[in-house]
Design a protein around this ligand. Structure first.
Ligand SMILES: Nc1ncnc2c1ncn2[C@@H]1O[C@H](COP(=O)(O)OP(=O)(O)OP(=O)(O)O)[C@@H](O)[C@H]1O
Ligand SMILES: [Mg+2]
Length: 295
């Protein structure tokens, strides 16, 4: 019988690694296909095969910071890499960009051109860049434009409306769908263009609750941490402690589990328990305000 039944078989192999490498293994990102993420990935797959119509459907993945938006997009992008046809032309099902910090139209077009690996002069007039973008997206058969950090649109001030119009124009002309991801501020950004907003379907990543889905996530994540003994993270004792310390976002939970696993390895304990969690010196997300007040 497998001595490490609590671990994924590949992860069990990592138990033989020297301590520093095992710690590095814990710190690297893993993927857990929790229900909501799988649903959203399915929605994204549907968009990829959507026929070219007059009004292309768009999706806005929205959730608090650290709640898994970019991870879903990266997973999706990874599943649909660029391919080259026998004739040598590229087929890129999607293009993944981040909305610039303080965006305007010219920077937006440049961001797309750089993402496509097209060198250009940043100072070129907007219509020239726009034309370049359109022909490059067409050439690469891009069907989906994925824009992360869509909330940065709120930093664009009066230029936000122009930018939304530009994105809408691109979607209309090339018949591509837009997938945007951002914090709830992204919804505010869309409010300035109700017509554009109506083309978006929201895909919310709600705050996590201490429910069966959270317990499943903990149990799945435990299989990915190379610890020789089972921790039973989803148990009645540990799960509420973990949720109390990190709960609410997947990012904070994962950060806590990574730190706890490293501590368990370095201390020779080989499992995560209340003592390990206590030893961590963990700052809860809400405690930042207390620290700021104290200083
Ligand atoms: N499905 C998952 N499985 C395992 N870990 C995950 C998963 N999704 C997210 N994480 C962890 O949570 C962290 C934060 O997730 P992510 O960066 O996707 O959040 P975000 O919503 O994009 O945040 P922000 O709004 O700040 O950009 C990731 O670095 C990763 O460690
Ligand atoms: Mg992100």
């Amino acid at each position: 019988m497998n001595a490490y039944a609590h671990l994924d078989s590949q992860v069990a192999e990592a138990l033989t690694l020297p301590t520093p490498e095992r710690v590095e293994f814990c710190r690297s990102d893993r993927w857990v296909g929790y229900t909501r993420a799988s649903q959203i990935l399915k929605q994204l797959d549907q968009l990829l095969i959507y026929p070219k119509t007059l009004r292309m459907p768009n999706l806005l993945i929205v959730g608090r910071s650290g709640n898994g938006k970019s991870s879903i997009l990266e997973r999706f992008a990874h599943r649909h890499p660029i391919q080259i046809t026998a004739a040598g032309s590229p087929i890129a099902p999607l293009l993944y960009i981040q909305m610039p910090d303080t965006p305007d139209e010219t920077e937006f077009w440049s961001t797309i051109l750089w993402a496509l690996g097209i060198s250009h002069r940043e100072k070129d007039p907007v219509p020239i860049k726009k034309r370049q973008v359109k022909s490059a997206l067409q050439y690469a058969s891009v069907r989906l434009l994925v824009i992360d950090e869509f909330n940065n649109l709120t930093n664009a001030g009066k230029k936000a409306a122009d930018l939304l119009a530009a994105i809408k124009g691109l979607s209309n002309d090339l018949k591509i769908s837009i997938v945007a991801a951002g914090t709830p501020a992204a919804i505010n950004a869309l409010n300035s263009d109700p017509q554009m907003k109506s083309r978006f379907e929201p895909a919310a990543l709600d705050r996590w609750k201490l429910d069966s889905e959270y317990l499943r996530f903990l149990a799945s994540y435990e299989q990915l941490l190379p610890l020789a003994e089972p921790s039973e993270l989803a148990s009645r004792q540990l799960a509420p402690t973990i949720y109390g310390m990190a709960g609410e976002t997947v990012g904070a939970t994962v950060k806590l589990l990574k730190a706890a696993a490293c501590c368990a390895i370095e201390s020779g304990k080989e499992r995560i328990d209340e003592q390990v969690l206590k030893k961590l010196g963990w700052t809860k997300p809400g405690e930042w305000d207390d620290i700021a007040r104290r200083l």
